[in-house]
Design a protein around this ligand. Structure first.
Ligand code: AGP
Length: 610
């Protein structure tokens, strides 16, 4: 997730406006920043890796002439956070500049075609194909307008994008377009703006125009024109007046980052399913050759590893060992060796315990692989190969969207391994791959249809003494994650264990009215045994809260409360949708208990100390 911004003014310099607006978009990405302005037939660009304030100190982002410009604050997905990969990107002539938020899935083949046509590329980004495609369109059709060249380009792109384009050929306009990545216009009296969200331009104007997928906008000072890319037809859409406070705006209308990021998961899961072929193949090749694999992480990332160990075993018959990073050195420090492979999972890529386990393994010649959300982090530098979660910056202390993105990448790795190892039939692999593609929509449906029910659950149980979370099989990991969320965000005492463990001790804790959450997908063999566990708990007076598939009448009948998940979810990927109600439960429980979910006491977003 990155932040894009463009502005065109009747008079005055665009650069300081762009700089200040990018600062308001910084939560969308902050590993590099850049601005391009246009004046007297020349495009000037200032960009570098680093946070906006640091880059500004270096290059003075305000000191650029021109009443028109575009800017970008980056969260790297393709290409490390280096100056050469920072946006804006230009064509061979430097007369076309582009900023982009999203993922262009077919950038490799487009780049090959353009290089074969003589175009010179300088970056490792997917974005750089866009200005070169526009340049190529003009080469083949010199009489074309910028609009025609941009439409021709966009029709060649697959994937998600919010683009803003300036060109010396038509210096009095900005073109912008979107597909899946957010884009919104701000219309002032003598200036027009385009941005990834209205936070960027709210101090200048509260008149906003939402842009839909497949629309192209031409911006001139104080004016805008919308067209459908498909057929060039005009779209008439009046501005809306926004009455948000700046505080609300930075969370695009949500009261907290945590709920905003829970709601972002359909979009981030779509992004996580995009264009990582090369890295998925590379990592799955290393895993396929491995003799022993440790999955090493902390907290929520550890729970993703726990779920992954079931995925790798069930789909690829690959034994993997999830290990708490903080325990790794004590537990395996002497046995890890040159034949060991470590897959370290860390959203921040900076967690001290995880890096400690990696360092120990490296010293014993083990192979290090990484899964992280933060390209350019320490983990990406020490890994032989790493893969990105592509879930964008997560501001809330609670890991929510990064957890489901980690699970999605790990499921994709397990599917590729399964293909390499031929342990599962082609039909079953195709079926699972198709089901994984539907998960973003499934998550969207859960949020839309169940959020109010979860809110009511939080109200009903806000004074509970303790919460139990029980699951079987892969959803033991879901139970552990639901417990962690409730503890860390709502300060609610909670315990979680494999449901089969109940009778080996924990069940003695149960008292009448104790809420027990069962994660109970229908697929797989755990459903039947879980019913037995539910009856055990019910017999002792527990309040049964079931996370079930929507037509599971049997479990519904024995539950005091239930939350419904769309049916037909294969058990091996069920933690992704089944965790959503538990994320929402933690959030709304915190609200009920008067706690700020974004700033839980004693916690930091990234634990960089041991
Ligand atoms: C999750 O809600 C917590 N904030 C915490 O457990 C976190 O998952 C853990 O510290 C690991 O962080 P990492 O993924 O950045 O390594």
């Amino acid at each position: 997730m990155c932040g894009i911004f463009g502005c065109i003014m009747k008079k005055g310099n665009a650069a300081p406006v762009i700089h200040a607006s990018l600062k308001r978009l910084e939560y969308r990405g902050y590993d590099s920043v850049g601005i391009a302005t246009l004046t007297n037939g020349e495009i000037t660009i200032k960009k570098d890796q680093g946070k906006i304030d640091d880059v500004h100190k270096l290059v003075n982002l305000d000191d650029m002439a021109g009443n028109i410009g575009i800017g970008h604050t980056r969260w790297a997905t393709h290409g490390a956070p280096l100056k050469v990969n920072a946006h804006p990107h230009v064509d061979c002539t430097g007369k076309i500049a582009v900023v982009h938020n999203g993922i262009i899935e077919n950038y490799n083949e487009l780049r090959n075609e353009l290089e074969n046509a003589g175009h010179q590329f300088v970056s490792k980004t997917d974005t750089e194909v866009v200005p070169h495609l526009i340049e190529e369109a003009f080469k083949k059709n010199p009489a074309w307008t910028l609009t025609e060249a941009v439409i021709d380009t966009i029709k060649k792109l697959c994937g998600s994008y919010a683009l803003a384009v300036i060109s010396t050929k038509e210096p009095e306009k900005i073109l912008c377009a979107r597909n899946e990545s957010p884009l919104i216009l701000g219309i002032g009296k003598d200036a027009s703006y385009c941005a990834s969200d209205l936070t960027a331009f709210l101090p200048m104007t509260n008149k906003a125009v939402l842009i839909n997928d497949g629309e192209l906008v031409t911006l001139t000072p104080g004016k805008y024109e919308i067209k459908r890319i498909q057929d060039g037809s005009k779209v008439v859409r009046e501005p809306k007046v926004i009455d948000w406070s700046p505080e609300m705006a930075v969370k695009t209308g949500y009261p907290h980052f945590m709920i905003k990021e829970i709601h972002e998961q359909p979009a981030t899961l779509r992004n996580t399913l995009r264009a990582q072929e090369h890295y998925l193949d590379l990592i799955s090749t290393f895993l396929d050759r491995a003799t022993e694999v440790y999955l090493v992480a902390c907290g929520t990332s550890y729970h993703a590893c726990l779920a992954a160990s079931y995925m790798f075993s069930k789909l690829a018959f690959l034994p993997t060992y999830p290990v708490y990073a903080s325990e790794f050195v004590e537990q395996h420090g002497k046995s890890v060796n040159i034949d060991s492979t470590i897959l370290a999972v860390s959203q921040s890529g900076e967690t001290a315990d995880t890096l400690g386990a990696v360092t120990c393994s490296q010293q014993r010649a083990a192979t290090i692989l990484g899964l992280t959300n933060t390209v350019g982090s320490t983990l990406t530098r020490v890994s032989r190969v790493y893969i990105g979660q592509q879930s964008g910056p997560e501001i809330g202390v609670a890991a929510t969207k990064t957890f489901t993105s980690q699970l999605s990448v790990l499921a994709q790795l397990a599917l590729r391994l399964s293909t390499k190892r031929g342990k599962v039939s082609q039909d079953e692999m195709d079926y699972l791959a198709e089901k994984l593609e539907t998960i973003p929509q499934v998550v969207e449906t859960i949020i839309l249809t169940q959020e109010e029910k979860v809110k009511a659950l939080a109200k009903k149980y806000k004074d509970a003494k303790i919460f139990f979370f029980l699951g079987r099989g892969i959803n033991t990991a879901t139970a552990f994650e639901g417990r962690l969320k409730l503890m860390e965000i709502a300060y609610m005492p909670a315990i979680a264990f494999p449901a089969g463990e109940s009778k080996h001790g924990p069940i003695s804790l149960i008292e009448p009215g104790f809420p027990v959450v069962f994660i109970c997908p229908k697929d797989g063999v755990t459903h039947k045994t879980l019913i037995g566990n539910i009856q055990e708990m019910k017999a002792r007076g527990a309040s049964i809260i079931s996370i079930i598939e929507e037509d599971d009448e049997e479990v519904k009948a024995m539950s005091d409360d239930y939350i419904e998940i769309p049916k037909g979810i294969p058990e091996v990927i069920s933690p992704i949708p089944f965790i959503i109600p538990l994320q929402l439960l933690a959030y709304y429980m915190a609200i009920e208990r008067g706690i700020n979910p974004d700033m839980p006491r004693n916690l930091a977003k990234s634990v960089t100390v041991k």
